[in-house]
Design a protein around this ligand. Structure first.
Ligand code: DX5
Ligand code: ZN
Length: 219
């Protein structure tokens, strides 16, 4: 059984204080930092790019779990690797050749993540499961924090877990979107071992980040 890890999404952090917010997350027990990169094209929102990630790296020694919601993604992979991304997660719809984009990330010695939107089926990635380190299951349509959790994606996690056990593979299963104190346990029981959360961590319990991370882990 893999250790349950919490990857707070800084999309819900105070963007005028991102360095301090990241420092706080590490002090409050986060296992990694989920950095949502949005280009206003693949998703209808725009956030940060390589220069900001590079600047943020000095505020924490935690793994930067970088979620690239950008397309086309292939030609930008190296820039995010150089900026300090440790896990680079891409969407299959954002590349012409998923195999070569996965290879590119591996060549750069980074961990490879592939993200499935709520409507995207697992068969898109079945053939690559032995080459990737992480599957990111979206439980909201990507683009914004604070959206409502879509429980139907839990079946996708259960399906992936079965395949993982049958093929004796070891990729992480991360769930992202609308994770809160009511659904985190369901996500873990379905097979997720990394929980992304933005709103719940930064806004619940008067913004008591340490308490919110502990509650998500322990639920
Ligand atoms: C949405 C992002 C998520 C989001 C999670 O496109 O990928 O990481 O920020 O935020 P909450 O936990 O508020 O849904
Ligand atoms: Zn994300």
């Amino acid at each position: 059984m893999k250790k349950i890890q919490i990857s707070p999404s800084i999309l819900s952090a105070d963007f005028s204080q991102l360095g301090n917010e990241i420092e706080k997350l590490e002090k409050c027990g986060a296992d990694m930092i989920h950095v949502d990169v949005m280009d206003g094209h693949f998703v209808p929102n725009l956030t940060i790019g390589p220069p900001v990630i590079k600047a943020l790296k000095k505020y924490s020694s935690l793994i930067f779990d970088v979620h690239l919601m950008i397309s086309p993604v292939h030609k930008y992979i190296e820039a995010y690797s150089d900026a300090g991304a440790d896990i680079i997660t891409i969407h299959p719809e954002a590349t012409d050749n998923l195999k070569s984009s996965i290879l590119k990330i591996k060549e750069l010695n980074k961990k490879v993540g592939v993200s499935l939107n709520p409507k995207t089926k697992t068969d898109v990635i079945i053939d690559f499961l032995d080459q990737i380190d992480l599957v990111l299951i979206m439980s909201v349509n990507p683009g914004f924090g604070g959206q409502k959790f879509m429980p139907e994606v839990l079946d996708k996690i259960r399906e992936l877990k079965k395949i993982q056990n049958n093929k004796k593979l070891n990729f992480d299963i991360e769930i992202d979107g609308g994770i809160n104190f009511e659904n985190s346990q369901m996500a873990i029981e379905a097979g997720a071992n990394i929980l992304v959360s933005g709103t719940t961590i930064f806004k619940s319990n008067d913004g008591d980040i340490k308490k919110n991370i502990e509650l998500l882990k322990s639920k």
